[in-house]
Write a protein that binds this ligand. Structure first.
Ligand code: MN
Length: 715
């Protein structure tokens, strides 16, 4: 039973080994796919070597073989063979999808994603969050199983690494991957990972303890055999069929027990463990009764994990007896089914029951398993707590993201950058203007994903925007924003409300000046607010939506015409929440131009085109830049400078002006530049809605025969 010896030995499996193993439960069509995956992986890794000097392909092959031992399906095995190809070779996820289908592609992508995460294990308290993050990112349990098999093989071959790397990988295994294996009920894997981790973390203690266990083994075995015979005899006497095996403890659990309970080696070693497997559930309790007539049970040591399973699905009866020489005898009693789950947990639910089982069924197994556990559990009480545990473990409602310092924060699903900002600190929330997510500047409304690295950009003069209330999901952010808005002085709230209402009206293609007092009077009829200023204050305080009030007002101006639906928010620039927006004069961006925002101290956000030459020199300092984009509907007009070269003919200027008017554009200013013989340069500033509008205008100008050159002037 002990894994301590096999752990130090490892053999490289051959493709034949894998095929032979897989053939015991896979169909021949699946085996063909498996061979195809092997060929591709071998080709991709050709020439690459592991640290140990072995060809690299031995690693994915070993990982796939471990998974075949767990009887995982064809897709998981193919993904295991290909799991390092996307990161380390020229193969892309798209290649894998076209050759092996979407599922295999997703599994490989999932494993690669986990590989890219790095965990600083100095922060012990973060380990639990990191484990949850891994589980949340995996989505498919098979991704975690591939990752665990990958880690197991790396641990088995850790000898080739430098001592420093050995310690780092061993620590990560003990802190992160071992506990995940335990949580998923992969008991054997858990023990092997912990033992290997112990060996590389504490090489000296491992050696001493290993020697002690070997030395005590002979004597130990004699006692075990005596007790075993007595237990077997008792089953026969009671007419119960079952098998009993002595359990030898693995080194890491002996070490852990010595540490936790301050016991000496011999005290821990002198506890004898046995596992009894019987046919059905009633026989578990019968066997328990039988053993209790043989040796007296130690009070307080009996645990019924059949009625109340552990959170990873583990079921057994546990009891400890006073043994023949006054030594404690630990007994676990379970059925064959429970035993399977105890040994391989979640993986056992991915096994093929028969080769006729369709794949889709296999994919649903984990769900079914959780469901069956849930049903079982509701019979025995505690259902809610149990479900919560499982849900958190496998299908978390949370997202886990990194702060710039590598601390992990958990936020509810759907949380945005604003939620994150308030979670870090109220002041950060109050002054946030944008976020840098995975080094990409992003708007505050961006919904966070697992594994994101989030940094918040703040601006001292910026204040919370009531519009944030539309998309924050955490109670903390919501209450802090509301609290801030409540503390606004009444006149400040009115001003803010007025500004927001004007934005909303413009978004509905209405000039705010068109709204008259009579419309307000109509609106206030039957409203809880007594005055226009009260309504504005409520908008400013986030108690009313600006767009709703704007629509109501428009209905008063024209009760028969329905207001056309327009975008939710009225700002021209997405990502500018809470900031005053100005457009740079150098490049004069218009809707449709790719743009970028520059945060200017005390001036809000200055919008440039992405290719603006003036800003090129500042681009190196990414702190100042905000990723912004145009709202789809803007009522505003934008100024554009145009330079044209035309033949000096009478009436040319008038022709040009009328072409501009034909394009429904206004001329802001015009100047005649230097004349060169028969040509003159004319500079216009005109107003356009967007790039499409400008294109129409330019087209009109080009059709004038006298115009020989035409350019939009930027910087
Ligand atoms: Mn690997």
């Amino acid at each position: 039973m002990t894994r301590t010896d096999s752990a130090s030995v490892h053999t490289v499996p051959s493709t034949e080994d894998l095929t032979r193993l897989a053939a015991t439960y896979l169909r021949s069509a699946d085996l063909e796919q498996l061979d195809k995956a092997y060929q591709l992986a071998a080709q991709a890794h050709a020439g690459q070597l592991r640290k140990s000097g072995e060809p690299y392909i031995t690693h994915p092959l070993s990982v796939a073989t471990i998974l075949a031992e767990w009887h995982l399906d064809q897709q998981a095995l193919c993904a295991a063979l290909l799991h390092d190809t996307v990161e380390d070779t020229g193969i892309t996820t798209a290649d894998i999808v076209s050759a092996f289908g979407k599922s295999v592609g997703e599994l490989v992508e999932g494993v690669s994603k986990l590989d890219r995460l790095e965990f600083q294990t100095e922060q012990q308290a973060q380990a639990e969050n990191f484990r949850k993050m891994l589980l949340a990112m995996a989505r498919d349990v098979r991704v975690i199983l591939i990752k665990l098999a990958d880690r197991l093989h790396n641990m088995r071959t850790l000898e080739a690494m430098s001592p420093e790397k050995q310690r780092r990988i061993a620590r990560e295994t003990v802190d992160i991957y071992g506990p995940i294996a335990h949580r998923l009920g992969l008991h054997r894997l858990y023990q092997e990972l912990q033992d290997l981790g112990f060996r590389y973390l504490f090489p000296n203690r491992y050696t001493v303890l290993n020697k002690a266990v070997r030395a005590a083994r002979g004597n130990h075995r004699e006692v075990v055999n005596k007790i075993l015979a007595a237990l077997e005899q008792r089953l026969v006497t009671f007419g119960i069929e079952g098998t009993i095996k002595g359990r030898e403890k693995n080194l890491s659990s002996i070490y852990q027990k010595m540490q936790e309970k301050s016991l000496s080696f011999s005290e821990v070693q002198d506890i004898y463990g046995f596992r009894v497997v019987v046919h059905d559930l009633p026989n578990c309790y019968l066997a328990l009764g039988a053993f209790h007539t043989l040796y007296k049970p130690i009070p307080g040591k009996f645990k019924d994990y059949i009625a109340i399973p552990k959170s990873n699905g583990y079921q057994s009866l546990h009891t400890t007896l006073f043994g023949p020489f006054g030594t404690p005898v630990e007994i676990q009693i379970r059925t064959q089914d429970m035993h399977k789950i105890a040994e391989s947990g979640v993986a056992s639910h991915w096994m093929y029951k028969s080769s006729a089982t369709p794949l889709s069924d296999v994919q649903n197994k984990t769900h079914q398993w959780l469901q069956s556990l849930l049903e079982y559990q509701s019979e025995s009480g505690d259902a809610v707590e149990f479900l919560e545990h499982i849900k958190v473990d496998l299908f978390p409602d949370a997202v886990y993201v990194f702060t710039p310092k590598g601390t992990i924060k958990s936020l509810p699903r759907g949380a945005t950058a604003v939620d994150f900002a308030y979670d870090v600190h109220t002041d950060i929330g109050h002054h946030c203007v944008a976020a840098r997510i995975n080094d990409q500047l992003s708007p505050l409304r961006t919904v966070l994903s697992n594994g994101d690295r989030v940094e918040i950009l703040t601006e001292a003069t910026s204040t919370p925007n009531p519009a944030w209330l539309n998309y924050v999901v955490t109670a903390k952010a919501r209450s802090k924003i509301r609290h801030y808005l409540r503390t606004l002085r009444h006149d400040e709230a009115e001003q803010l409300g007025d500004r927001l209402l004007q934005q909303a009206l413009r978004a509905l293609n209405t000039e705010p000046s068109l709204i008259q007092d009579s419309h307000w009077e109509q609106l206030l009829k039957g409203d809880r607010c007594k005055s226009r200023n009260d309504v504005l204050a409520e908008i400013g305080l986030g108690k009313r939506l600006n767009i709703v009030v704007a629509r109501d007002l428009l209905r008063k101006t024209n009760p028969h015409e329905t207001v056309t639906e327009t975008p939710r928010t009225a700002i021209t620039i997405r990502g500018s929440e809470g900031l005053a927006v100005q457009f740079a004069h150098c490049c004069r961006p218009i809707p449709g131009d790719p743009i970028i925002g520059l945060i200017k101290k005390g001036q809000g956000l200055l919008i440039h085109t992405q290719d603006c030459r003036v800003i090129r020199q500042f681009r190196a300092d990414p702190d100042k830049w905000v990723d912004v984009s145009w709202e789809s509907h803007t009522a505003q007009l934008f100024e554009v400078a145009i330079k044209l070269l035309a033949l000096n003919r009478r009436g040319v200027l008038a022709t040009v002006a009328s072409a501009i008017a034909d394009a429904h554009s206004n001329i802001d200013s015009v100047s005649i530049g230097k004349a060169d013989g028969s040509y003159s340069e004319i500079n216009f500033t005109v107003q356009v809605r967007d790039r499409a509008h400008l294109a129409t205008l330019m087209q009109n100008l080009r059709e004038i025969p006298e115009v020989v050159r035409l350019t939009r002037v930027q910087s």
